[in-house]
Design a binder for this molecule. Structure first.
Ligand code: S3P
Length: 418
């Protein structure tokens, strides 16, 4: 039974992907870079601490984070990447390109995630490294890297970015091709810094940096992957509306909002502008009756992190929603296909698990249930939003894991319920 409406106006901490990259690129700069609105989630903290362990000075100055770029040194202890795949994968490339010897470790979830997708191209470039059968712990050794052309077998911005970062320290040219365009923040930021980079279709090429980068000054746009949960809350709860300000609107990241609009939700773009090489926007989202949609291969990179919350919306949409071509979800912070399907079944949804996605027939009323988060922030947040429309309570086994991307998630949501 729905007793409340969702109403309010929000802005969010900086996009997680851009925050990781801003810290890493600032570490390559000559002098002090200033970053505003850095993500305050635990994942970006992991990146900051790993860079500090490699000799990069980072300090807070009021609301800003100041990074003194310069020389990297070998860390004395293993680099703890926590829960963060982006920290691990991008730093593997960046530090390999800096000739650093380091061991990477992480929590239980991260230690089960595939890392050969990064090690394979780095080995081809000449990196010497050992891993635990393609997983963490991984030790990389100071190596001379040579540029390669790499055809990435997985649609992954992390793979693309790791190879490009390694390429900044490799002799000759390094290029990466992908089958589907994935988020392109690395390319945009390198372009903005005046790096010699060419982007032609799905192939990006960089050369060895001949000098340190100029300093960065950036205010990071709000994270659309966090905003998606609040957009979904307004779309699900009758009579709701919400304004989301200063949200990253890079076309490779807006897949969820396009899907929501295709499902029938009313969306108004209030304003859009460009800043630091990225599109940013303010928007308003209103509740409307929802209808089903289909998501396949080519759509997936544009909304990969939003599929858990999309599944919640699909349970309230009229018709058959099919998500396929999303096998990558099986190797995220948890097996997200299983997490979505097992929890939604427990709540009474009509959902069928596929090897690479799921089929949901809607609408069905959802009932309260005990939710297994698998310690995955996006599962915890998606099912909390589902709890806004359930008859009975949602009880998460680990609500705290939301702090990986958005520590204020529960209090901000609480403030919108009227
Ligand atoms: C990210 C890329 C995506 C995404 C992850 C962050 C990035 O992963 O799921 O949360 O910052 O490059 P893949 O590129 O491996 O799909």
């Amino acid at each position: 039974m729905i007793k409340n409406i969702i109403k309010g106006e929000l802005s969010f901490p900086g996009d997680k992907s851009i925050s990781h990259r801003a810290l890493m690129l600032a570490a390559l700069c000559d002098g002090e870079s200033r970053i505003s609105n850095l993500s305050n989630g635990a994942d970006v903290k992991s990146t900051r601490e790993c860079l500090e362990a490699c000799g990069i000075e980072i300090r807070n100055d009021g609301e800003e984070v100041i990074v003194k770029g310069g020389r990297f040194s070998d860390p004395r202890e293993p680099l703890d990447c926590g829960n963060s795949g982006t920290t691990t994968r991008l730093l593997l490339g960046l530090l390999a390109g800096r000739g650093i010897t380091a061991t990477f470790v992480g929590d239980e979830s991260l230690s089960a995630r595939p890392m050969n997708r990064i090690l394979d191209p780095l080995f081809q470039m000449g990196l010497k490294a050992e891993s635990n059968n393609g997983s963490l712990p991984i030790t990389i050794h100071k190596s001379e890297l040579t540029g390669i052309h790499y055809e990435s077998p997985v649609a992954s911005a992390q793979v693309k970015s790791a190879v490009l970062f390694a390429g900044l320290g490799a002799s000759g040219k390094t290029s990466v091709s992908e089958n589907v365009l994935t988020r392109d923040h690395t390319e945009r930021m390198l372009q903005g810094l005046g790096v010699n980079i060419s982007v032609k279709g799905l192939t990006t090429t960089v050369s060895k940096l001949s000098s340190p980068l100029p300093c960065i000054e950036i205010t990071i746009p709000g994270d659309p992957s966090t905003a998606a949960f609040f957009a979904a809350a307004a779309a699900l709860v009758p009579n709701s509306e919400i304004i989301l300000n200063r949200i990253l609107a890079n076309p490779n990241r807006t897949g969820f909002f396009e899907a929501l609009e295709n499902m029938g939700s009313k969306m108004e773009c209030l304003k859009q502008w460009d800043e630091s090489g990225e599109r940013i926007g303010n928007m308003k989202i209103f509740h409307r009756p929802l209808k089903s949609i289909s998501i396949s291969n080519n759509d997936v990179p544009g909304l990969i992190d939003e599929i858990p919350i999309l599944a919640i919306l699909a349970t309230q949409a009229k018709g058959r929603t099919e998500v396929c071509g999303a096998k990558e979800l099986r190797v995220k912070e948890c097996d997200r296909i299983y997490a979505i399907c097992s929890n939604l079944k427990r709540m009474g949804a009509d959902i069928e698990e596929l090897d690479d996605g799921f089929i949901i027939n809607g609408p069905t009323p959802l009932t309260g249930a005990k939710i297994e988060t698998f310690n995955d922030h996006r599962i915890a947040m998606a099912f909390t939003i589902a709890g806004l429309i359930t008859d009975g309570e949602i009880i998460l086994d680990n609500p705290d894991c939301a702090c990986i991307s958005y520590p204020e998630f529960y209090s901000v949501l609480e403030g919108l319920i009227q």
